[in-house]
Each structure stands twice: as C-alpha cells, then as structure tokens.
Design a protein around this ligand. Structure first.
Ligand code: HEM
Length: 453
C-alpha cells in the first residue's frame, strides 16, 4: 500500500497543498512516511511523490518514464509554450531546439561567454564595494547578477539591473506569473475559470514578459551581430537532423524560457552557498585561502583559474545537495509498471522530491551536515547513483548546468577574493518558493579584505 494522507471527497488532497510553500509540505509528508514515497490526489489525479534513492533510480529509467508536462509546468505553457522546459516529450519542437542549442552549452562556449560573465560579476563587486557596512539583500542582488548574465551572454541584451534600485519589471511580471502557477496547483480548474481578475493579471504578466522579449529580438534583428550566442543560433541555425529552423513563436518562447530558467535557479544557488559558508567558518576559511592562491591580485580572473577552483566548486555541489533551488521534477510512466513493490499506472505522474532525496539516510552519512569533502573524487565513488539530481535526469536534464556552475564559481570566487562576508543578524533560514526556492530576506554585510582605493 502506498501511504497517503486522508483527503476530501472529489477534491482529494488538493486544498492541503499550501499555495506559497508546496515544497515544504512535501518534505513534511516525506518525513512522515518511511516507505520512501507517498501519494496525493491532486486536481483529480493520483500523483506519487518519491524520495527513496532506489525508487528514484527506477524513475530515472528513461525507457519506462518520460518528462510529463504536469501542473505546475502545464500552467506555464501559457507563457513558455513549447520552449525547451515546457515542451512535451513527443513534440518535435523539443528535438529541434535541443539539437540547435546544444553547441551553445559546450565547454568551448563557456569560455566564449566568460568575458560577459566577468563584466556582470564586476558590476556586482562594484555595487557591493560601494555599500560596505549596509545590509545587502542577497537573493535580490544575486538575481540582478544572474538575470543580467543570461541576457547579456545569451541575447546580447543589457538589463543594467545594478543601476536600478528596483528589480526590473520583467521580474515583477515573472514573479506574478510563477506565483499564479503555484496557486493553481491547489485550485480546481472550474475555480480558475471563475477568477477572471486573476486570469487577467496572469495574462498581463505574460504580455509584459513577451513585450520585453520581442524588444530583445527586435534589437538583434535591427543590428544583426553575427554572434553565435543563443539568439544567434536560434535565428540562423537549422536542426542538424531535419534541416528545420525554429519558428518565430518558438524563438520567443525559448527566449522567455532561458530568461527564467537561466537565472532564477543560479540566483538561489549563490544565495544558499553564501548562507552555507557563513554557517561553516572552517569551509569559509578554506574558500578564502583557495581564491587567494588561485586568483592573486586585483586582475580580472582568467577562465582557466576559475576552472581550477576546487573548494569553491565543491561548496556549490554540496549547496545543491542541501538546498536544491528546484525542489522537484516530475516524470510519467509510459505503461503500467512497478517501482520497488509499488504499482505505477500508465500516465501516472511521479514527482521526485529533491530535498528529501538529497538528505536520505540510505544514501548519505550525516545527511544534514554541510560537508564539501563528500565531493572529493575518492568519496564520490561511493555515492548512490540516483541520490543527487539537482539538475534533473536524462535527456531532459538541465541544458544550462555548465553555464550555471561556471557563472556561480566566478561570482562566488570574486566575492570571496574581495570581501570578508558577515551575517551579523544571524539569519535563520526561511525559504520562499516561486516554483524555485530562495532564502527569503537573507542579508549579509561585506568589507574589503585588503585596502582598496
Ligand atoms: C532543466 C535545474 C540553471 C536552462 C532543468 C531541470 C532542472 C534544472 C532540475 C529539469 C526540470 C524538469 O525535469 O522538469 C537547474 C539548476 C540550475 C539551473 C539547479 C542552477 C543552479 C540553468 C541555466 C539555464 C538553464 C543557467 C540556461 C542558461 C534549463 C533548460 C531546461 C532546464 C532550458 C529544460 C531542458 C530540456 O528539457 O530540454 N534545470 N537549472 N538552467 N534548465 Fe536548468
């Protein structure tokens, strides 16, 4: 028997999922059930939530499970259409875009993007240097950094977020749309249809985002740069397998997809990484020592030096285990099957609950402890193969993984090279979820580690 909390007639467990913190609720249930999975009836469907590493290993078998576009991703189709993140597995658009864009995420491309990544990271450092002693809003500033980085490297577009006291209207609209998608998780569709004002607000947010994206594409069309960035590839390249080009509507959906997927998560990763470092002075000292050794002086760091960082890289890997910015992803069974001794029906969605998987005692010793030495080469060998999935699984895993890790290494190293970071308010973790997780209200103070002009 698959455990399940009691629900209501017709509505099942739909109303029990809190609109603003579903991930915390799923973790709470995971702690309640030892079977490694539980079932909720949501919007009329029986959905499995799975966190036992052996059961997750079965869900990662792509011959039996595919990425189904279930709520809340299905609600995001209104804004991201058949862009890579929300494309259905049988939609040809996914294969066209995947094959066209893969070269843009090779290691060679990361080297090519590095000057732009550096330009934006330097803006963060300059901004913080001018605000020493103030409480710096970490998630907001990391969002400025990551949004400006993906838009500049991917599309040659400058948001100039560090020049603005408020976050860009694109982000306000995105926040509205993502929050609405989460609210709809617990809302029967008849209710959604009745709430006209909310639907209008949702559509307005989508229009705000589309208007910005159309402006980004228009600027490029007006001044073709020949750049082989994401936008250049989408406008010029054709699918190497079929010869097909992406349609204009699909390019717009991909730009929205990359603007969202390409910044929210990396912003969360950097915020959680700083939080972890501040709670672990020994690791923080090792990270300072590493950046002093590999990035001496004030010169802009070289790509090669950033790639040599080891402590900083392991801080990021361990942060993704302890605080995964995307707390869940979902797969669907092709046909009736089982995971362990539990039956799964054809078409039934199964959600991998990452926080509970990443802290599962079957896979991790001292799971709650932040320990970057888990990621030493000799210790990796003993990791359970399915117990760490911050970037998802298989062919639908994150295409931007290297991009995120390169950008995050660079930013974290530059922060630690320049500043002593402190947390005088002893922030207590309080996550905020807008599909992805971030530490809500987390601030730090910085001061120069060495005298600067
Ligand atoms: C997919 C996590 C950064 C673009 C995914 C998925 C996860 C994930 C878990 C799979 C979702 C699913 O199965 O439904 C992360 C994390 C990041 C990160 C933790 C940062 C720490 C990025 C960046 C980009 C990006 C920087 C773009 C530059 C995408 C795209 C997909 C995706 C386009 C959909 C891929 C496909 O289905 O073909 N990401 N991501 N992500 N990610 Fe990321």
């Amino acid at each position: 028997m698959i455990p399940s909390p009691p629900g209501l007639p017709l509505l099942g467990n739909t109303l029990q999922v809190p609109a603003h913190s579903p991930a915390a609720y799923f973790d709470e249930l995971a702690a309640r059930y030892d079977e490694g999975l539980f079932k909720l009836t949501l919007l009329g469907k029986d959905v499995l939530f799975v966190y036992d590493p052996d059961l997750v290993a079965e869900l990662c078998d792509e011959s039996r499970f595919y990425k189904g576009i279930e709520p809340p991703l299905s609600f995001l189709r209104d804004l991201a259409g058949d862009g890579l993140f929300t494309a259905r597995h049988d939609e040809p658009a996914w294969g066209h875009a995947h094959r066209i864009l893969m070269p843009a995420f090779s290691q060679r491309s990361m080297r090519a993007y590095f000057p732009q990544m550096l330009e934006v990271a330097e803006q963060l450092i300059e901004s913080w240097a001018g605000r020493q002693g103030e409480d710096l809003p970490v998630p907001d500033d990391m969002t400025r950094l990551t949004l400006d980085t993906i838009s500049l490297t991917g599309f040659g577009y400058r948001f100039r977020s560090f020049d603005q006291p408020e976050l860009h209207p694109f982000l306000q609209a995105m926040g509205g749309a993502l929050t609405e998608a989460m609210v709809r998780l617990r809302q029967p569709s008849v209710v959604t249809k009745m709430l006209r004002k909310r639907e209008e607000g949702f559509q307005r947010d989508i229009q705000t985002m589309r208007a910005l994206v159309e402006e980004v594409i228009r600027q490029r069309a007006a001044q073709p740069s020949g750049a082989s960035d994401l936008l250049g590839l989408m406008l010029e390249a054709s699918d190497p397998r079929t010869g097909e080009r992406l349609t204009d509507a699909n390019i717009r959906d991909q730009v929205i997809t990359f603007l969202i997927a390409g910044h929210e998560t990396t912003s969360g990763l950097l915020s959680f990484a700083l939080y972890n470092l501040l709670r672990d002075p020994h690791t923080l000292a090792r990270a300072y020592a590493e950046v002093d050794a590999l990035l001496p002086g004030d010169e802009p760091p070289a790509y090669e030096a950033i790639m040599k960082l080891d402590v900083v890289a392991r801080v990021l890997e361990e942060t993704l285990r302890v605080w995964s910015p995307i707390p869940a992803f979902s797969v669907t069974a092709f046909s009736d099957t089982t995971i362990g001794r539990f039956p799964v029906r054809a078409g039934q969605p199964a959600v991998v609950v990452l926080p509970s998987l990443h802290l599962h005692p079957k896979a991790w010793e001292r799971p709650e402890e932040f320990d970057i030495d888990r990621w030493l080469p000799e210790n990796r060998k003993s990791h359970h193969k399915a117990a760490y999935k911050p970037f998802g699984n298989g062919e639908r895993a994150c295409i931007g993984r290297q991009f995120a890790l390169t950008e995050a290494r660079l930013a974290l190293a530059m922060i630690l090279r320049r500043f002593a970071v402190a947390d005088p308010t002893a922030y207590k973790m309080r996550t905020k979820q807008m599909l992805t997780l971030k530490p809500d209200g987390f601030t730090v103070r910085v001061r120069d580690r060495k005298p600067h002009e």
